[in-house]
Ligand binder design. Structure first.
Ligand code: NAG
Ligand code: NAG
Ligand code: NAG
Ligand code: NAG
Ligand code: NAG
Ligand code: NAG
Ligand code: NAG
Ligand code: NAG
Ligand code: NAG
Ligand code: NAG
Ligand code: NAG
Length: 763
């Protein structure tokens, strides 16, 4: 239509043509006004249209005054060649529907550099939708990673959320043939869900994986949040730049939008002037992703629910739309619905083709048929009820049988025999019903932790509070090991290891029952320290580290060594007096052959493990090294600087600038010599190849020595008070620090606990 208008100006030379063109122009504007979601009147084009993309109210082109609020304005910018495209911030908008918008997102890529023999750092890309009506849709998008040795993270604004997730994509030992077109399961391609209601998105690559062996086959890695339905993996994405070029470096992303000035419909309806659902036929829907609401037309109406005029919700004339509302009889449109009758002389269901039949039976015959039908229906109902009863009893038996099958499958018999042979080992085999009752049928409210290896519930069994862990399914080939580990674990009696009390094998996945440790995790303590709400002295940090190392060393040195596999601060519980207790072991089964789920947490996972897929004691040493760094630097394992803490610290050690990274709060508490020794120990734990790392017992010994050395001032550790919220200025002999204790009752902890940064890597 635009050509008509511009032609009208040129045609002014010839009066006759001009007249015709003006008529055409009038027709074209009339057509534009008739489009359903556009505003009324001739100004519709500049208001609610940009380069052919509809910008329906409440949206509007910016500075046209057509949007409901400034936050709903869309920039209509010239992108060259006279083509205009709509933008929100710096992202292009493809379409705007009710509640959803499709935009183009930037693909982050990183390619191997032959000169530096490293991956080139990816250009920094983030999307900040804070303060806008938009949120990243978690149902339509997936974080998608492509590459053969690629570990990429997606995270929220650190100051706002604590969300972080990651995805790893590996072609086993560089073998490209294992990647399959259309299959994105961790081989060459990986996808993961994001959490609900995110308004910020940033991508980071982990450069610790050495790609120098594979760059000639797969030079580039990609990571992007994108609409999952428009992505199909192709193996050519690995070997060429096809992924980037086929989308032009930009991929579709779905955003959920809502009117977010009030929390929900009830609040919005209180102020009728600002309430956006206009007209009698518009209804309000609470947003399911963040606060706010959207409007919809009532059933049987269509139009723009945010408008009151002729473009607002109007009755659908169903009788004129036989495709969507079929009627094979007489159709009568009614407000909000329609009637569809069979024509006179026939009866039946006129909405189905051939549904109307002529009346041919006399009344008496109809009556007789009616009675017969009733009798038959009664008979069938009775039979049906019997069948259901029978089925129920069968199902009950099946459940019992299945319970028994699970028991056998998880090696229950094996365990029973082992227990018999070992004598009384203080280990309980719990029944299915006991576990179900204790966890209130796995009620979400009972969840106290979620990690890569399973979900942990708080429960009461036989009057004692316990933690019940639901493992992810274990695989057949590891059954024997699993049982052996259980028998060993339940005899482990170490002050720094959470005690295993028993298990239940009558579920599809084994349940492990542990002693319950009240109090916090090291993760929470570190977060308190980072936000400067609590001071943890160097002495305490070293003691916690030594105790954890001791516990891991003990597990590693058992006759049948037990590997933890997910060492991270969230798995180090802190009991009364900040005594460390290592938890969350026992489910660490990694299936080598079938390449199933890989467990671990971004930032703590050993790069060597990602390449080899074989859990060794040295993997635990690596993860522990990261914890050591966190303890002395106070920094997170992954930060915005696009580098892991481990690689940042390693570089700083080489440059001799490591002291710049140390937590300023502990610098006065020990001589630089001691701090250097801790740093060296951490670097040893992170060494590559893993064989050169010290064993856990050595690490523990060294830490114990350092913790007790005279050079570390033994400052009294202020107690972590759990009751009430109060400020107290603590004067200690070492430092004077502002102590801010936090009450259990504030709910802050619950929030933090639920967002424990843990991910599974699909592989
Ligand atoms: C579009 O134009 C507006 C106003 O001139 C400007 O602020 C904005 O940055 C532009 N956006 C893009 C993506 O060019
Ligand atoms: C490769 O690395 C070198 C040195 O770090 C740098 O100067 C060069 O720009 C990089 N090449 C590309 C294509 O980015
Ligand atoms: C995102 O935008 C909000 C609001 O404009 C701002 O407060 C916040 O600092 C921004 N975050 C980042 C990381 O830029
Ligand atoms: C990911 O999200 C989709 C859509 O919400 C859901 O159907 C699917 O089960 C989720 N997958 C996982 C592994 O959580
Ligand atoms: C995948 O599809 C691409 C073309 O779309 C083709 O070139 C490639 O050979 C296919 N790969 C496999 C493993 O089938
Ligand atoms: C990567 O591995 C190659 C050998 O495959 C080695 O020469 C190189 O030093 C390694 N690079 C890094 C950064 O470790
Ligand atoms: C991907 O495409 C964009 C836009 O065309 C380009 O700027 C970028 O360099 C490309 N990246 C790679 C790795 O090819
Ligand atoms: C209702 O909303 C209008 C427009 O946003 C505002 O001017 C007015 O103060 C609001 N009224 C109340 C009672 O909040
Ligand atoms: C919207 O949410 C509010 C508060 O949670 C609730 O009271 C109301 O019933 C909800 N309304 C709709 C339409 O779902
Ligand atoms: C977000 O909320 C809108 C409005 O309630 C809804 O249409 C959309 O499906 C929601 N998206 C998700 C992922 O729940
Ligand atoms: C007629 O058939 C349609 C489609 O099968 C069904 O939805 C409707 O309920 C039927 N109407 C009556 C009155 O049985």
């Amino acid at each position: 239509m635009p050509p008509h208008r511009s032609a009208a100006i040129r045609g002014a030379i010839d009066g006759h043509i001009c007249l015709v063109l003006i008529m055409l122009f009038l027709i074209s504007t009339k057509l534009a006004a008739d489009q359903p979601l556009a505003a009324a009147g001739p100004i519709a084009r500049s208001c609610h249209d940009c380069g052919g993309v509809q910008i329906p109210y409440p949206f509007g082109v910016s500075s046209s005054g057509c949007a409901m609020a400034p936050s709903f304005e869309v920039d209509c910018n010239d992108t060259g060649n006279g083509v205009s495209k709509p933008f929100v911030g710096n992202i292009e908008v493809v379409s705007l529907g009710n509640g959803q918008a499709r935009v183009m997102n930037h693909v982050s890529s990183s390619c191997y550099n032959l000169t530096s023999r490293q991956m080139n750092p990816a250009d920094v890309w983030y999307l900040n939708l804070t303060g806008t009506p938009y949120r990243l849709s978690d149902s339509a998008n997936k974080f998608t990673v492509i590459g053969c040795r690629t570990l990429a993270y997606i995270f929220d604004d650190y100051n706002v959320g604590k969300y972080m997730s990651g995805c790893v994509s590996v072609c086993r030992r560089g073998d490209l043939s294992s990647a399959i077109n259309g299959s994105c399961v961790g081989i060459g391609c990986c996808q993961t869900n994001i959490s609900t209601g995110l308004s910020y998105y940033e991508v980071m690559f982990d450069y610790t994986l050495n790609t120098s062996g594979i760059y000639n086959h797969t030079p580039c890695s990609y990571a992007v949040l994108m609409e999952s339905s428009s992505f199909t993996f192709s193996t050519t994405y690995l070997t060429s730049r096809a992924f980037n070029t086929s989308y032009g470096g930009q991929v579709p992303l779905v955003l959920d939008w809502a009117i977010r000035t009030t929390n929900n419909c009830v609040e919005a309806q209180k102020n009728i002037t600002s309430y956006a659902c206009k007209g009698d036929y518009s209804v309000c829907l609470n947003s399911t992703n963040g606060s706010g609401y959207i409007c919809n037309c009532k059933k049987g109406y269509q139009g723009n629910p945010y408008r009151q005029d002729s473009n607002g919700c109007q009755d659908i004339n169903e009788c004129q739309d036989s495709n969507n509302y079929p009627c094979h009889g007489e159709c009568h449109n009614k407000p909000g619905y329609f009637d569809c009758f069979c024509r006179a002389g026939s009866r039946g269901n006129a909405t189905i083709p051939g549904g109307c039949r002529n009346d041919f039976l006399p009344l008496k015959a109809q009556l007789a048929i009616g009675i017969a039908a009733c009798v038959l229906a009664g008979l069938f109902a009775f039979l049906g009820w019997e069948v259901i009863r029978h089925k129920r009893s069968i199902r009950k038996q099946a459940l019992l049988r299945q319970t028994d099958e699970f028991f056998q499958q998880h090696g229950g018999q094996l365990l029973l025999e082992m227990m018999k042979a070992e004598g009384n080992i203080g280990f309980t085999l719990y029944k299915r019903v006991e576990i179900e009752t204790a966890t209130k049928n796995f009620n979400k409210a009972q969840i106290i932790g979620e990690g890569g290896q399973g979900t942990v519930y708080k429960a009461v069994l036989d009057g004692t509070v316990v933690a019940i862990k639901k493992c992810k399914e274990i695989d057949e080939s590891r059954k024997m090991d699993f049982m052996q580990e259980l028998v060993i674990l339940c005899r482990v009696n170490h002050p720094n290891i959470v005690k295993l009390l028993g298990c239940c094998l009558q579920f599809e996945a084994p349940m492990l029952v542990y002693e319950f440790v009240e109090n916090k995790t090291l993760q929470e303590l570190l977060d308190l320290q980072r936000s400067k709400r609590f001071h943890v002295t160097l002495g305490t940090r070293l003691r916690i580290a030594a105790e954890s190392a001791d516990a891991l060393g003990h597990l590693h040195s058992l006759p049948h060594p037990i590997l933890h596999g997910d060492v991270k601060p969230a798995n180090i519980l802190l009991a009364e007096g900040l005594v460390a207790k290592v938890s969350d072991f026992g489910c660490s089964t990694i299936d080598e052959k079938t390449q199933s789920m890989l467990k671990g947490t971004p930032g703590y996972i050993d790069p060597e493990y990602l390449l080899e897929y074989q859990l060794t004691a040295k993997n635990d040493v690596y993860s522990f090294g990261v914890i050591l760094l966190e303890l002395v630097t106070g920094k997170r394992p992954l930060s915005k600087e696009s580098k892991t803490l481990a690689s940042m610290f390693q570089e700083a050690m080489m440059d001799g600038t490591f002291h710049e990274l140390l937590d300023s709060e502990i610098i006065d508490e020990a001589s630089m010599g001691v701090l250097h020794q801790i740093a060296v120990l951490a670097i040893q734990c992170l060494a590559l190849p893993g064989m050169t790392r010290p064993v856990m017992e050595q690490v523990a010994k060294e830490l114990r020595r350092l913790a007790l050395s005279d050079e570390v001032q033994q400052c009294p550790q202020p107690p972590l008070v759990l009751e009430g919220l109060n400020f107290a200025v603590m004067g200690s002999m070492c430092t004077t620090s502002l102590l801010y204790t936090e009450g259990n009752s504030t709910g802050v902890y619950d929030l933090e606990k639920k967002t424990v940064m843990s991910t599974e890597f699909a592989r």
